[in-house]
Design a protein around this ligand. Structure first.
Ligand SMILES: Cc1cc2nc3c(=O)[nH]c(=O)nc-3n(C[C@H](O)[C@H](O)[C@H](O)COP(=O)(O)OP(=O)(O)OC[C@H]3O[C@@H](n4cnc5c(N)ncnc54)[C@H](O)[C@@H]3O)c2cc1C
Length: 229
């Protein structure tokens, strides 16, 4: 049975909270240390304090916690994700390990067309037959690419060279550790209408796991129009 801390995303991906040292109390106590006081339980005033810190963008009290995620995503999503510099990453190596035959094929409803100008595109559905032929085309390319990869490996070509034939839809996995402040920055940008649909689906999963562990902080983030402190 899948763990409650793992959320499956797309056809082969997931976000799994591997460990967390995170709660709302840490935010309140990090702020209260300014006055030399600490609490062991949260009350209504503390909820108000978290809202105040969020609104006024007193960001540092949101840094005294850690979330460690294990994530499996297509390479093109990993590339967007790893632009977020505040956080630590370790990723599967295609130099040292043979990559499995797992590529992202969008669901028919996710095969879309873009309308408008760069910066203000909207994405519209395509007719079902175009969606299906797109999916078929992708499957064909992935099968050919993976067959070439295997053939190169079988001829003794190094993994780091053979991987060049694999497309960006290939799945990779990484560990990602960060604090709630950086996490909210990620969510504000990636669980947003302007983000690419695929990374947004992963960001939604990250947000659910974050909200589970720090519900008051999460509620304050929402109340603050999803602006990170
Ligand atoms: C919709 C969308 C479209 C995008 N399109 C492009 C694109 O076309 N091309 C492209 O290259 N990137 C693009 N990006 C990536 C974007 O430019 C950022 O690299 C990415 O979103 C990470 O954001 P960040 O710097 O806030 O996060 P982090 O790197 O995690 O940084 C968190 C915060 O720390 C501070 N910080 C971190 N590093 C520095 C620094 N060196 N100097 C000062 N402050 C710092 C900033 O306050 C920052 O917000 C896009 C992102 C989105 C969401």
């Amino acid at each position: 049975m899948a763990s409650p801390d793992q959320i499956d995303v797309l056809d082969h991906g997931f976000v799994r909270l591997d460990a967390a040292l995170a709660d709302d109390l840490s935010v309140v106590n990090a702020a209260r240390v300014s006055f030399g006081t600490q609490v062991t339980e949260l009350n209504e005033r503390d909820r108000g304090l978290i809202g105040f810190l969020m609104r006024e963008r007193h960001g540092t009290p949101f840094e005294h916690n850690a979330f460690r995620f294990h994530v499996k995503v297509p390479l093109f999503v990993a590339r967007e994700w790893q632009r977020h510099r505040v956080g630590s990453f370790n990723e599967r190596s295609a130099r040292y390990s043979e990559m499995p035959d797992e590529f992202y094929v969008p669901a028919a409803e996710d095969v879309r067309t873009q309308v408008g100008k760069p910066g203000s595109y909207t994405f519209e559905p395509l007719p079902p037959e175009t969606a299906e032929s797109t999916r078929q085309a992708m499957r064909g390319v992935y099968a050919a690419a993976y067959a070439s990869y295997r053939a190169l490996l079988d001829q003794g070509v190094a993994k780091e060279v053979a991987r060049n034939v694999l497309p960006v839809a290939l799945y990779t996995e990484f560990f990602w550790t960060l604090n709630a402040r950086a996490l909210m920055n990620f969510l504000s940008l990636r669980n947003a209408e302007t983000a690419q649909r695929e990374i947004r689906m992963f960001a939604e999963a990250v947000e659910r796991l974050f909200a589970d562990r720090m519900p008051i902080t999460h509620a304050a983030f929402i109340a603050n129009d999803r602006t990170a402190p």
